[in-house]
Design a protein around this ligand. Structure first.
Ligand SMILES: Cc1cc2nc3c(=O)[nH]c(=O)nc-3n(C[C@H](O)[C@H](O)[C@H](O)COP(=O)(O)OP(=O)(O)OC[C@H]3O[C@@H](n4cnc5c(N)ncnc54)[C@H](O)[C@@H]3O)c2cc1C
Length: 337
């Protein structure tokens, strides 16, 4: 049997390794657009205060997976799924342009969600969703540091990632203004009391937090970028952190059932019985996406065992919690996940 996996995040890599451990004979191919290896996405938000991050973030080079008899095609883009012919089309520097599969595992993760009004200005801002994004941000920042200057940042979005990035840039010594649309930070995950505590921790670290700010547009002014709310303020760099969007495009093109994510059964099976989905992209029958490391690893291990014939019951989410990686902040109440 040939198992093809799309994506080299925690979902794809954990599945590949576990399945290889359970089955020595089947062929496993993992296809990814990444170049640098399997890395820790949560560590992206510590990307400014840690000097060696571009190396220390790598959890496993792709050659380590290859040594484990997992064929890795990296730096390539999967462009289509042909469900009738059971193949995927790939684009990149490898020789293969098409790969046949018996089982296809979709683990393409999520991209940064950019609210429609901001899409016009995509050249004016950064987001922080991948190692490529982090490297671009660090390169931009280095331009200031090498002239003994500190960039003045605007971050739009006071959710988990916006708060973490604001905190880390401030810890690294930069000037940060955080714009949030509603009246408290991380309102979806935190109790009101913890939002207030988080606000204080960020303010004490030097972050200027502006709540109830409906950002209307961004304007390029020579080497500055302006953020327009009721007033207009100018910054050196702008980061949009408004949540994530599951990468459902390939599945949609292939006619699989999708909602917010790719719809799966409790067996992580999509509407095509040869295709499974897991990780940030998978939408369970309860309508939930489990976009955190712990449940995704659990899905990956469960799916490997299921396909190896070692599990009969469907996947059930483990009890888990999360934590904002904001320097100096500990929530009093449990997070809403
Ligand atoms: C800044 C940040 C901080 C976070 N902090 C935490 C935290 O503290 N705790 C926590 O539990 N979670 C955290 N998360 C969420 C967690 O990282 C994700 O839920 C998890 O990494 C998702 O894993 P995944 O394997 O589903 O997807 P991904 O990690 O997104 O991996 C998908 C891979 O597929 C590749 N791919 C996609 N489409 C294609 C294609 N067409 N062709 C080829 N390759 C493709 C992508 O390039 C990517 O490498 C954080 C996320 C971010 C962005």
């Amino acid at each position: 049997m040939h198992i093809v996996i799309i994506g080299s995040g925690v979902a794809g890599v954990s599945f590949a390794e576990k399945y290889r451990a359970l089955s020595a004979d089947d062929d496993i191919t993992l296809v990814t657009r990444e170049h640098d290896g399997y890395y820790s996405r949560p560590l992206l938000s510590r990307g400014f205060s840690k000097a060696d991050i571009e190396q220390s973030i790598i959890l496993k080079p792709f050659d380590k997976l290859r040594e484990n008899n997992i064929n890795v095609l990296c730096g390539v883009e999967v462009t289509a799924i042909n469900r009738v012919g059971k193949s995927i089309a790939i684009n990149g520097s490898c020789q293969e342009k098409e790969l046949q599969y018996d089982k296809l595992i979709l683990a393409p993760g999520s991209s940064a969600f950019i609210p429609p009004p901001f899409r016009l200005y995509e050249k004016l801002f950064f987001s922080l969703n991948s190692l490529v994004d982090l490297k671009a941000l660090r390169k931009f920042r280095q331009g200031f540091l090498s002239q003994n200057q500190r960039p003045d940042w605007a971050i739009v979005g006071g959710g988990l990632i916006g708060c973490e990035v604001a905190s880390d840039l401030a810890a690294a010594g930069d000037k940060v203004t955080l714009f949030h649309a509603v009246d408290r930070l991380m309102e979806r995950q935190l109790a009101a009391e913890d939002s207030a505590l988080l606000l204080k921790v960020l303010q004490d670290s030097g972050v200027k937090v502006l709540l109830n700010q409906a950002v209307q547009e961004f304007i390029k002014e020579e080497d500055k970028v302006c953020v327009r709310t009721e007033v207009t303020a100018e910054f050196d760099g702008l980061i949009v952190a408004c949540g994530f969007k599951p990468r459902t495009e390939l599945a949609e093109l292939a006619g699989l059932e999708t909602g917010r994510g790719i719809k799966v059964t409790p067996y992580l099976q999509t509407s095509d019985e040869s295709i499974y989905a897991l990780g940030d992209v998978a939408e369970l029958p309860n309508g939930k996406l489990y976009a955190f490391i712990l449940p995704i690893r659990s899905q990956a291990l469960w799916l490997a065992e299921f396909l190896a014939g070692q599990k009969q019951d469907g996947w059930t989410p483990p009890v888990f919690t999360t934590k904002a990686k904001v320097h100096g902040f500990e929530a009093v109440h449990p997070y809403n996940v």
